[in-house]
Design a protein around this ligand. Structure first.
Ligand SMILES: [Zn+2]
Length: 280
């Protein structure tokens, strides 16, 4: 009898230790992502919002989040006119907001790139813009997870968000062969090219240098390096496009391995799904 009891106890303990974590975690993390579109007074901005609404992009983003991640509370995912070029996670509203002005700027940046973007066939042009919007979204999603689930971050949260965006895009997302990191690198490269630091006023320069992000050029090389470090063909193309110097490129597999380890240590517990690629 005593033996039976102790066996039962051991079985119970074993069951508790191996299975209790998941249902308990799921009780805490009941948040869903809720898509939204807020209309604008500006007819020009409204055109973008209507176009995006027609493509159900916010719904697809929200469904990716709800299907793959555990969040402590609901988050909004959507598009609106903000009166400025931006995309952000707002902790007070619990919402990822992609401003229509940002989409407008992406389109204009693409139309101004006569050497590359305007030479692409229509379908590929669309894929670059699509991949870019998803890339920006994944960066904001990292902020949303960090703030909603209280993920500890030491160092620049903006760099962690870039790491998450690359890692998530490479391992978890399949948008019918639409690249995500390369379009993101293309976009930041174009912006960096158009920016002329010496011609900035003292105040512009101070605000540019003091903001939370690494400099665009550093973000470009970082993302290209991590993408290259995955060992994928896409990563090699991104590094080539970014002009990543050989001395940095040699260290990228090691850097990516560190990013992968960090992401698994801080974010893996919030995933309901396994990666499409990579180890888990
Ligand atoms: Zn950010």
């Amino acid at each position: 009898m005593r033996k039976m009891t102790s066996t039962l106890l051991v079985t119970l303990l074993f069951c508790l230790s191996s299975h209790a974590a998941l249902p308990f975690e799921q009780l805490l993390y009941k948040g869903r992502a809720v898509p939204f579109y807020n209309d604008s007074n500006s007819p020009e901005q409204q055109k973008y919002i209507d176009g995006i609404r027609g493509s159900q992009l916010a719904e697809r983003m929200a469904s990716l989040v709800s299907g793959s991640l555990m969040m402590k509370s609901d988050i909004g995912v959507g598009f609106e006119s903000c009166g400025q070029v931006n995309a952000f996670f707002n902790p007070q509203r619990h919402a990822i907001v992609i401003c229509s002005e940002f989409i407008d700027m992406m389109a204009k940046t693409a139309f101004n790139d006569k050497e590359l973007m305007m030479k692409l066939p229509r379908e590929q042009f669309g894929k670059v813009i699509n991949g870019l919007i998803w890339g920006i979204f994944f960066h904001e999603l990292a902020h949303a997870i960090i703030h909603t689930n209280s993920v500890p971050v030491t160092g620049r949260e903006e760099d962690v968000a870039d790491q998450f965006a690359v890692w998530f895009a490479v391992n978890f997302v399949d948008l019918n062969q639409t690249p995500i990191v390369l379009p993101t690198v293309w976009f930041w490269s174009r912006l960096a090219k158009e920016r002329d630091i010496p011609s900035m006023t003292e105040q512009e320069r101070r605000s540019f240098m003091s903001n939370e992000h690494s400099l665009d050029e550093q973000r470009i090389y970082n993302m290209a390096c991590w993408d290259l470090g995955t060992g994928s063909d896409g990563g090699a193309k991104t590094a080539q496009y970014a002009g990543l110097p050989t001395e940095r490129a040699q260290r990228c597999p090691g850097e990516y391995a560190q990013v992968d380890m960090g992401m698994k240590s801080h974010f893996k517990k919030y995933f309901k799904v396994r990666p499409l690629r990579g180890t888990w």
